[in-house]
Design a protein around this ligand. Structure first.
Ligand code: 13P
Length: 257
């Protein structure tokens, strides 16, 4: 499979980190070192920072994305943010079905699918996260789990729509743990995702879909992962733990991803 059919995307997932002031400082520094290339770069930030980041990155080619969106288009849904609202803010991407939301916020496969449809209708690129737990990997259920999640997320989309979806393979055991999937493990799963896409939607579609790897990806291990034929980029958090309470995060000297 040839990567020339796809764009490489490097996306940051800021999770619930950074104040506006920290985001401002980051954007200023990042703009100084950023050099436009064929690689697409995106920052998926908390909602309040999106307007500022869109403004800061205007004209640079750096994309801005949200980390979640409501499945409803409007209505009495206290605390929710609709697709129209994130589009209004200038978001071009939206992460959907991150394992942290699946585990902690009730994002089911069905909900993920509804959100993917809603985003595509408004021209926002969904970055759909899929990944197996350690116990699923240990029981040799990885491919089954990932195939199901991908199939469910894309249910009811046309082939043209599927081409516009970005899939991020993020093994849960690798997120925030410092334990990255090996190049071979990550490639095996991403190859499998693409094979399933080929079987369901045809080769023309499968070679267009961008598949990212996420989970303790960093400057040291990214080259090997990105060299894999079916890995088209990365979704990078940078936290050491998903569950550190406020006090221990401080003790660990970590205030930003
Ligand atoms: P880490 O890079 O912190 O492992 O997080 C990955 C992730 O969850 C990206 O969505």
């Amino acid at each position: 499979m040839n990567k020339k059919y796809r764009k490489v995307i490097i996306a940051g997932n800021w999770k619930m980190y950074k104040t506006i002031a920290e985001a401002r400082a980051f954007a200023e520094e990042f703009k100084k070192i950023y050099q436009p290339s064929d690689v697409r770069v995106a920052v998926c930030a908390p909602y309040p920072q999106l307007p500022f980041l869109v403004e800061a990155f205007r004209g640079t080619g750096i994309g801005v994305g949200a980390q979640n969106v409501s499945e409803f288009d409007k209505g009495a849904h206290t605390g929710e943010i609709s697709v129209d609202m994130i589009a209004d803010l200038g978001a071009k991407y939206c992460i959907v079905g991150h394992s942290e939301r699946r585990a902690n916020n009730g994002d089911t496969d069905e909900l993920v699918n509804t959100k993917v449809h809603a985003l595509l209708e408004k021209g926002i690129t969904p970055i759909v996260c899929v990944g197996e737990s350690l116990s699923e990997r240990d029981r040799d259920l990885t491919m089954e789990r990932i195939s199901y999640q991908v199939k469910a997320a894309l249910y009811g989309l046309t082939a043209e729509q599927v081409k516009k979806v970005v899939i991020a393979y993020e093994p849960i055991w690798a997120i925030g743990t410092g334990r990255t999937a090996t190049d071979e493990q990550a490639q095996e799963v991403c190859f499998n995702i693409r094979e399933n896409l080929r079987a369901q939607y045809g080769a023309l579609v499968s070679r267009k879909v961008c598949i990212l790897y996420g989970g303790s990806m960093n400057a040291k291990n990214c080259a090997g992962l990105l060299a894999q034929p079916d890995i088209d980029g990365g979704l990078i958090g940078g936290s050491r733990s998903r569950t550190l309470p406020r006090s221990s995060a401080k003790a660990a000297g970590r205030s930003k991803p």
